[in-house]
Write a protein that binds this ligand. Structure first.
Ligand code: 13P
Length: 320
């Protein structure tokens, strides 16, 4: 897949006459101030969307921003579960996802009833859910975690046996780093699962001195050939602190843009088949403008589920 298979950035979605990117960005900036809105942007977003963001980050960083912002409106440029988590943390705010179709197939791979089944099977185990999960799954979990704190969260859980849902690859990454039994679920991120060792090795042939930075959602064999395994926001730190000057980045290719900006003296390459998340790419600059103009589409969570899910998210955030 390449970006030409995905909806183009501009093109008649602004709810007004067609504008070029610079005009759209200017209008977004003006409306944002007028509405006291904040734009939170995930590292995988299109570069134009990243450029209009107030905060760019990984799931954990953006959740923290959502919890602490004094804006009245949060425009979340990411996928559905991220906007849901922002709403859980700031229900008094209007949380807007510029395209409600921006889902997460991984989050859809486990349901609350699956967790109940697992709990029956392992009654002594506490449940840690990856943030890439639905609000309903978070509501029946003890702790939430992100890729940046999964190991710390599992270590902090009271039980020696932990049910980890839904990502099997992050689950096995954690299992290797804790002194506990980690029972994983069979979920995976389609974009990361499609990255093969051969895609990395092919790129390494062109850049033999490069180091590999992988997201822990990658398959174990990809992790095994990587020098650095970390959340998206920790990747720039890993590259900056390394002696290497070239890196193969085994994650969604939107990450190359913030890496090149944050570490300008070094070079970053995708594996040979560009890993793209079609859901992340659904958010375009015209849709961000349309969302601000129309103050929607909004993301909310039913209050009973929100309160229970918030428990798992807050237990994670309280770990620091
Ligand atoms: P990060 O929290 O590392 O940004 O990961 C989010 C994600 O959805 C990866 O696919």
């Amino acid at each position: 897949m390449d970006l030409s298979d995905i909806e183009p950035e501009a093109g008649g979605q602004t709810g007004g006459p067609e504008q070029d990117e610079e005009d759209i960005a200017r209008e977004i900036g003006r409306l944002k101030k007028q509405l006291n809105a904040v734009i939170l942007v995930h590292n995988y977003q299109r570069s134009g969307v990243q450029d209009v963001g107030d905060f760019l980050g990984d799931s954990l960083g953006l959740a923290r921003q959502a919890a602490s912002t004094d804006a009245d409106v949060i425009v979340f440029c990411g996928v559905y579960f991220m906007a849901e988590t922002a709403y859980m943390l700031s229900p008094e705010k209007k949380v807007i996802l510029p395209d409600l179709n921006a889902g997460c197939p991984l989050a859809d791979m486990a349901e609350a009833c699956d967790v109940a089944e697992m709990k029956k099977k392992y009654p002594g185990a506490e449940v840690v859910c990856y943030v890439n999960s639905s609000a309903e799954v978070k509501a029946v979990s003890d702790y939430c975690c992100t890729s940046s704190n999964a190991v710390e969260v599992v270590k902090a859980v009271g039980s020696d046996q932990v049910i980890f849902i839904p990502d099997k690859n992050l689950g096995s990454y954690v299992a290797e780093r804790v002194d506990k039994e980690v029972i994983t679920w069979n979920g995976f991120c389609v974009t990361h699962e499609c990255i093969g060792v051969e895609d990395i090795e092919a790129r390494l042939k062109e850049h033999p001195r490069a180091e590999v930075i992988a997201h822990p959602e990658c398959r174990p064999e990809v992790q095994a050939v990587s020098q650095h395994i970390c959340s998206t926001s920790k990747m720039s730190e890993a590259a900056r602190n390394s002696e290497a000057v070239e890196f193969i980045v085994a994650t969604e290719s939107g990450m190359l843009y913030p890496l090149r900006k944050a570490v300008p003296g070094k070079s970053f390459y995708a594996p040979v088949k560009d890993p793209l998340c079609p859901n992340m790419k659904l958010i375009t600059l015209p849709k961000v403008l349309k969302a601000l103009r129309g103050m929607g589409p909004e993301v909310t969570v039913p209050e009973d589920i929100r309160v229970r899910a918030l428990g798992a998210v807050e237990r994670m955030l309280s770990l620091g």
